[in-house]
Design a protein around this ligand. Structure first.
Ligand SMILES: [Zn+2]
Length: 418
């Protein structure tokens, strides 16, 4: 069994002791140990403590321990990026340029951009090509400290190409030492060939796509884009109901572009509601009383040049369990950087550095229902660690756009950045 000792850590953020998703003041408790060390054996954290304690550990006396000097830096749980769309082929540069020129959504689509271009890219791509793109994204993510990634399909939007996307996610996950949680987002938008036949598409998703994906065990969650321009509340209910019927828990894109009354969705016990830009105070109060995690993705607001961001402070003050994610996707958030998401959380949504770090680690893990294994550094948990070349954890969001991550440990496997 491979043993790894990370030592000479100025600040070790353990985020220990979360027996439920973190809310309110709990988001500020990072469980910091100074002058620390972490020992992992066989992919699991074995001991966490001061450097002196580590030196006394029986394992450390054995010759086969690989010792890594963290050079008086910060070590924290690897980021749990609980909302990404990596199954696409090409960047959307038409969207990018047209949006700079002030074009509308319709004008972008007319110029050959928009989600349609991603759909045709995925449909035409070979599975191996898609897999290679996803592996490349996963490697870029881990270079910036991410060790667990939720990865959605959703640019194929046919039975065949959604299955191809999920198989590509599975194949990519096998080539990356971190952990990937696949999600079926067959209900992303109504694909062009079903224009004016949305009902028929929803029926296909519920009666063919979800059952086949469940049978092939290609996804761990089902997601739906509940929005006027995508799927109605009633259609979303049917998608979520079909998912549960086939044993798949659910999450949803909600309140991104417009307000909506979503009380009826809570009966599906969604693991997470994501985006939340347009939620009302009443929605905040209601969400805060549930176990559904509030996942915020400020990268999308930033890239679209929006002045408004989701109501993070209201959510935290109301007691909602807030998570942060990159929303990596080619249209609205082409970034793999969780440190940048933290910077946006702090500067645009007025979250403290501590709140942002909890949201991007342990609460992300809760939203993926893997908090028993991920999101904190505690004995028995998976050895998923991120090493930063800074002295103080607040520097991680402070140095925005800078790459301060110097390496990660993913399920016990060390990968240092060049
Ligand atoms: Zn999304």
């Amino acid at each position: 069994m491979s043993a790894l000792l990370l030592t000479n850590i100025a600040q070790l953020l353990t985020l220990r002791g979360s027996h439920a998703p973190r809310r309110g003041h709990e988001l500020r408790a990072l469980g910091i140990i100074e002058d620390a060390a972490v020992l992992s054996v066989g992919g699991k954290v074995v001991s966490v403590g001061s450097r002196k304690d580590a030196a006394r550990d029986a394992w450390v006396k054995k010759a086969e321990v690989l010792e890594i000097d963290c050079r008086n830096g910060v070590v924290m749980p690897g980021f749990v990026d609980a909302h990404t769309h990596p199954a696409f082929v090409s960047p959307r540069l038409v969207d990018f340029e047209k949006r700079i020129e002030g074009a509308t959504y319709e004008e972008i689509a007319a110029a050959g951009g928009g989600i349609r271009s991603s759909i045709s890219g995925v449909r035409e791509a070979k599975k191996t090509e898609l897999t290679a793109k996803i592996v490349s994204a996963l490697n870029q993510m881990s270079a910036q400290g991410t060790t667990t990634v939720e990865a959605k399909s959703g640019y194929g939007l046919s039975l065949e190409s959604e299955i191809k996307s999920l198989e590509a996610i599975r194949d990519a996950a096998r080539q990356w030492p971190g952990t990937v949680v696949p999600t079926l987002l067959g209900a992303h938008i109504v694909p062009p060939e079903f224009k004016d036949r949305a009902e028929e598409y929803v029926r296909m998703v519920c009666e063919e796509m979800i059952p086949q994906v469940a049978k092939k065990k290609l996804a761990e969650f089902v997601d739906v884009f509940c929005e006027r321009s995508a799927f109605s509340v009633e259609q979303s209910e049917r998608v979520l109901e079909a998912a549960l019927k086939h044993g798949l828990p659910v999450r949803a894109h909600v309140w991104q572009l417009s307000p909506a009354k979503l009380d009826s969705l809570y009966r599906f016990k969604p693991a997470s509601f994501d985006h939340l830009d347009c939620m009302s105070d009443g929605d905040v109060a209601m969400l805060s009383k549930t176990d559904t995690i509030a996942t915020l993705v400020p990268g999308a607001n930033f890239f679209l040049g929006l002045k408004e961001y989701p109501p993070a402070r209201k959510l935290i003050e109301a007691g909602a369990a807030v998570a942060l994610a990159s929303d990596f996707n080619p249209g609205t958030s082409p970034t793999v950087s969780m440190p940048f998401a933290l910077s946006l959380a702090c500067t645009q949504m007025k979250m403290s550095a501590e709140e942002a770090i909890s949201a991007a680690t342990i609460n992300g893990a809760w939203s993926l229902r893997m908090a028993e294994r991920k999101g904190s550094i505690e004995p028995g948990k998976d050895a998923d660690l991120a090493i930063f070349g800074v002295r103080d954890y607040r520097e991680i969001p402070y140095w925005f756009g800078c790459e301060t991550c110097s390496g990660v440990v993913m399920n016990g496997e060390l990968r240092l950045n060049a």
